[in-house]
Design a protein around this ligand. Sequence first.
Ligand code: HBI
Ligand code: FE
Length: 291
Amino acid sequence: MKIMTRLGREVEVNEDYTIDQNWTQYTADEHDRWDRLYARQREILKGRACQEFMDGLDALSLSDGGIPRFDELSEKLMARTGWEIVAVPDLVPDEVFFDHLANRRFPAGNFIRDESQFNYIQEPDVFHDVFGHVPMLVHPIFADYMEAYGKGGLAAAGKGVLPNLARLYWYTVEFGLVKTKDGMRLYGAGIVSSPAESIFALENPSPNRIHFDLERVMCTKYRIDDYQQTYFVIDSFDELLDVTYQPFGPVYERVNGKPPIAVDTILNGDKVHHRGTQSYVMEKKEAQATR
Ligand code: HBI
Ligand code: FE
């Protein structure tokens, strides 16, 4: 079937929204852009990303030169955790996304941002999807968590709780922090694929850093247009898998219909690692007011 991407390209896709990666179509400039994005981010992540992420990155040798071939990547990943990478042209519908994850297929955008978006792009491109997400899929526990999330999503369809589930994904898979013996570290793909947020999320006094709580996270709104105002911290990936392996039915009953929690709220019951000043947001507001 034919679909229109949000970037306005008409693309022929398979039933499950996959396409051919079309690796030979990448230009030398695009491969070079990947190499520069990779080199910069790899440097920034030293001492910031968790060891599990760095190990995954090394295991996949994503720096062999240019944009990785998904078939080669899938072969390496399949041997380790049974996951594979499939190419998609854009965000795919929620049920399609869940179905891929439930079957240990990670849908990755095949296009790369252009040079003008070197520092920031809202659409998930191949750098965000492959550099950001795929290394954690080498970790067996995290790999199981992603599958559990996909299965949870399929089961949740039609129950009115997709926003709650999307928040769980957002605050873990995309923007999660993990507490290690060496200090706070990054694992969320949205952070590790962003040079500025990699530093902000760990070092800036502005955002709250609150211990992960499943129902709390499912009720917390998030920002898609700027840095997060709150990050949630796990103690380990075992903790994450444990809380998501329980049946979600009763959880949904408790969160369904609850009013959402604002992006900067700290609740009485929160285990606070860092009480954010929210100075980043306030300064931005002031700058806008005096313009
Ligand atoms: N599609 N390709 C792609 N990548 C995503 O991360 C993605 C998606 N579709 C839906 C989606 N994410 C989320 O909204 C779900 O987790 C709810
Ligand atoms: Fe993502």
